[in-house]
Every structure is written in C-alpha cells, then in structure tokens.
Design a protein around this ligand. Sequence first.
Ligand code: SF4
Ligand code: SF4
Length: 187
Amino acid sequence: MQNSPISPAKGSRKLLKKLSSRDIDVQTCYQCNRCSAGCPVADYFDLQPMEIVRLASYGMEDQLLASSTIWLCASCDTCATRCPNDIDITALMDVLRELALRKDIPPAVPQVPAFHASFLESVRRWGRTYEIGMIGAYKLRSGDYAGDMKLGISMLAKGKLSLLPHSIEGKPEIREIFAGKGKEYER
Ligand code: SF4
Ligand code: SF4
C-alpha cells in the first residue's frame, strides 16, 4: 500500500458519493472484523476486507485502487453476509475494480483483469464461453504461456474442452448487454 497519509480530509468525495448512490454504507462499519475473519481468501490479500471498508469510509481511493485485494476477492459474499451492519462489501469490491479499470490504474494482479477480459470477449463473440479461445486470449494478454499446460492437455484428452466454438441463439440480446456497459460510472 502507498505510504500517503490516511485522512478523511484527503479522501475522494466523488468515491463516497458513488458508494452512497449504490447504497454501500461504509460509514456504519464499527470495525468488528467479522468480514475479514470469514473471508476464505483473506490470507492472500494485502488489505483485509475490514481495512478496505475503513479506507473506503475515508474515501482513500488511491490506496484502494492500488490494492491486490480488489482483484483477488472471489465475490463469494461471505463478508457481506456476516456483516452485522449489512454493508455490501462484495458490491464495494465491484465498484473499486470497475473504477480501477476506468481510470487505467495498473492492476496489482494483472492476471485477473486479463482473465476477465478474455472471458467477456468470448461471451461477446459466441454468446457463451469458448474455452480454448478464451484460454488462448488469456495467455496472450497475461504472457503466462506455460501455466496450467498439463491440466489443459489432460482436459483435452478427456474431451472436457471442445476444439470448436458453439454458438447460441439470442446473440443480438447479448450484444445489447455489452452495448450498455460503461454508462454507470464517470471517470
Ligand atoms: S463485518 Fe461489517 S461492521 Fe464488521 S468490520 Fe466488517 S464491514 Fe465493518
Ligand atoms: S466477497 Fe471477497 S472479500 Fe468478501 S469474503 Fe468473499 S472473497 Fe472475501
């Protein structure tokens, strides 16, 4: 995390407004730590869910968007379910990821947005995932050419991966969904 001071006076009012408009009431957090204690992947985070909420309550956008936590969060919703104040921490992570992408902040874990982009590209094109195409696109984006090679070969051998893509009906509707993206936030 950056070493800049953490202070409400230095926080982003725009971020606080955004969270408020999404009904993500980070100000009600009383730091009980139930969210962090229940998170199944917290060991891999640089900031615990409770710290993310505290930084968000101060509007500390730069620290939040530079964190690995926002990319490693599995969106499992355990934290939000455990929160006694019903703070939607999962939605908070969504907002932070979205903001980081829109502001071109270099992601702390670049493999995650590379995977997301490859997945979405596959759905946009075929209406569903075409695994081999998606994996190829991910490898080109991430530069991780050798990773999971054995697993991929084994899946191919067992017929778990289709060599050719399958298209679906309703692709125009899928395209409409994609055409609407990007309208909910301003930079
Ligand atoms: S569980 Fe809720 S109230 Fe408790 S620390 Fe986490 S966000 Fe705050
Ligand atoms: S939604 Fe994210 S932060 Fe919350 S418990 Fe799951 S992985 Fe952890």
